[in-house]
Design a protein around this ligand. Structure first.
Ligand code: CU
Length: 165
């Protein structure tokens, strides 16, 4: 009985760390910024690690929290931070990829409810070889700077409105 409860405690602590695994892929430190006001978009960041001997790719993402979930990258173009959808994120054999503000991220459009600090949600990541991984995304305090999404050019009037909040 004691051993069982210890295993339970260990499993819970893994869940708290937001680490999830399938095949050779481990997803860790998944987090998203809390929404500003009634912003309908959000972004999630995480670390993808491939401990296997074959390259893998993150090909899609899905979640109940938004109408549309896609894989994005950010890039500077003429001094303006822009975002572009990417078809896949390569996770090389024995390598690691970090999704972080100002770079690769999981984009949420049409949030059903704003991301609230301290809450979490489940994100399903689909890998070409490892299959699907459900990871817990922890929502952290929003940054006032919003470097990656504050200046983005999405030609979406709702986004501009969000920036004035
Ligand atoms: Cu984006």
């Amino acid at each position: 009985m004691k051993i069982l409860s210890l295993i339970g405690a260990i499993m819970m602590s893994f869940a708290a760390l937001g680490s999830a695994q399938a095949g050779d892929i481990t997803v860790s430190n998944a987090w998203a910024r809390a929404s500003i006001g009634m912003g309908k978009t959000g972004a999630a960041f995480m670390t993808l690690k491939n401990t296997g001997k074959a390259d893998d790719r993150l090909v899609s993402a899905s979640s109940d929290v938004a109408k549309k979930v896609s894989v994005h990258t950010s890039l500077m173009e003429n001094g303006i931070m822009k975002m572009r959808p990417v078809k896949a994120i390569e996770v090389p054999a024995g390598g690691m990829v970090m999704l972080k503000p100002g770079g690769l991220h999981i984009m949420f459009m049409g949030l059903k409810a704003p991301f609230k600090q301290g809450e979490s949600f489940t994100l399903k990541l689909q890998f070409e070889k490892a299959g699907s991984i459900d990871t817990v995304v922890n929502i952290k305090a929003g940054s006032a700077m919003m470097m990656d999404h504050g200046k983005m050019d999405m030609k979406n009037p709702k986004m501009k409105k969000m920036n004035t909040n």
